[in-house]
Design a protein around this ligand. Sequence first.
Ligand SMILES: [Zn+2]
Length: 324
Amino acid sequence: MLNIKKNYVFNNFFNSKMKFISLIIIYFINIVLITSCAKKDLIKDNSNKPFVLTTFTILADLATNVAGERLLVRSITKPGSEIHGYQFTPSDIVRSKGAELIIENGLGLESWISQFLNSAGDIPKVKLTEGIKVLAIEGDVYAGKPNPHAWMSPKRAMHYVDKLVEAFIMIDPEGELEYKSNASAYKSKLEILDEELRNSLSLIPKDRRVLVTCEGAFSYLAHDYGMEEAYLWPVNAESQVTPKRMINLIEKIKENDVPTIFCESTVSSKAQKEVAKVTGANFGGIFYVDSLSGRDGPAPTLIDLHKHNLRLISEGLSVNSIKD
Ligand SMILES: [Zn+2]
């Protein structure tokens, strides 16, 4: 009887000990499996995918939409950066190491790109505006030079998408079908945006369709969507505001009785607010043009950027908006 009890106690102890040991073994097997999977994912993310760099956040958004999961896409400049005269840093150069492609806008937008490439080494480059129908800057000292902001018209952003597909197939031919299918899905979204812009802007009375901004970055949008454009300076550069430019803009606003004027996120709005004060126009807020906002901001993607700008334009120029 005592033996049976002993055996029972021993068996019980043995069973619970075995259970405990098995649990520990299962636990360690799980840990090993989870870490090896995570490691695999990490390796896949960091090593297997070709890595491409864009000069600014808007191109990174377009590139990510075309690349899907096949490529790692990074932007040299961060959200909110001024991109025309950007001064790259040694850490930008370090972060470009291993890039298979540099994606730029071209048309003189990135004045720093040649110097960047001199420092970064021999990285192939693709210019997304190559072959696009260009609008020239009118008047001022930049007269005749191409306006670089072609991505601001959704119709023309489709050209950027096609160029990205070509470039990605060059560096990753096996991804052709995926790139083409991603591009066509994204172009459908641009088509919807194009229609939304056309419909909403057509609701603004014709004599109010004057878009007054800081930089002349809306030429393509204005041209393709039936608006007139006026600005404080043609291209973001040094010596932006001059008395002559300011006086010209004030006259234009008064002549057209423009109810609301705007400025952009990457430049100071101080001079434009001064113009608003002098003319009695409302200051209608900050557009996103040369850079996306951060993820929590109003313009984390190009499509969000247009929706944000469109909301400000519609509110500022509608029949209900009256001068102060
Ligand atoms: Zn610009």
